[in-house]
Design a protein around this ligand. Structure first.
Ligand code: SF4
Length: 232
């Protein structure tokens, strides 16, 4: 599946100077069962809040050349931040081909579930699915214990790897303002692709003349072929 590949290329180009941490070299940061409440007075800083730009999106590919288990960081790490900062978390998943049966639906459902259900200790995530942003409040305690994006990313990688069909996981963290601002519009584009894909898998009629998703198909290479091919 190549539906998200153009967005992957654009994202990786913008994150060109990011540091790479191979997943095998990282120990996952501990996670909790459910979201932890961190009060403002306990916080060291917030990511993606207080007027700072923020973005959160997930991209999927079947091309191993675009994937690989690693964490990328562009901008200061959690240990180097002195105050609130811009923030983006972008996930690139390499998966098996998404099938048109229940397994395909289930894979998309589970990938969306994991996006909002990893709870690193001392790292309170607040997501907004409508504005495609993510805010994180990091506790002073976690900073004292040495929290780093590499270890948080490894916790995400381990959770994603439990989803059947997921082969490799790349997690990008950005605290670089310019890069977050460049990539921010991609969050809506990625969401449009995922929603269109879900509708297609749901058995949407192949009537382009009356379809509200036409603008997505006009822009995303392979979407129309996928739907019309599915009908055949
Ligand atoms: S191929 Fe046509 S019918 Fe199918 S989602 Fe795209 S515009 Fe809609």
């Amino acid at each position: 599946m190549k539906l998200y590949d153009a967005l992957i290329h654009e994202t990786m180009e913008t994150a060109g100077k990011a540091k790479h941490f191979p997943a095998g070299s990282l120990t996952p940061w501990p996670v909790t069962e459910s979201s932890e409440l961190i009060m403002q007075r306990q916080a060291a800083f917030e990511l993606g809040g207080s007027g700072n730009p923020s973005a959160n999106y997930t991209l999927v590919t079947t091309d191993p050349a675009l994937a690989g288990d690693e964490v990328l960081l562009l901008g200061p790490d959690l240990s180097d931040l002195k105050g609130d900062a811009p923030f983006a978390r972008i996930v690139i998943l390499e998966t098996e081909e998404i099938s048109e049966d229940d397994a395909g639906h289930d894979m998309i459902r589970q990938m969306e579930f994991v996006r909002y259900h990893v709870f690193p200790e001392g790292y309170m995530v607040r997501v907004s699915s409508t504005s495609f942003e993510e805010q994180v409040r990091v506790s002073r305690d976690a900073v004292k214990k040495g929290i780093r994006f590499g270890r948080v990313g490894k916790a995400y990688i381990e959770r994603y790897k439990k989803v059947p069909g997921v082969k490799s996981v790349k997690i990008l963290f950005l605290t670089d303002r310019a890069a977050v601002e460049i990539l921010k519009p991609n969050a809506k584009k990625a969401d449009d692709i995922t929603k269109t894909l879900s509708h297609i898998l749901d058995g949407l009629p192949t009537d382009c003349g009356h379809c509200s998703l036409k603008s997505v198909c006009d822009e995303v290479e392979g979407m129309r072929e996928m739907h019309l091919g599915k009908k055949k």
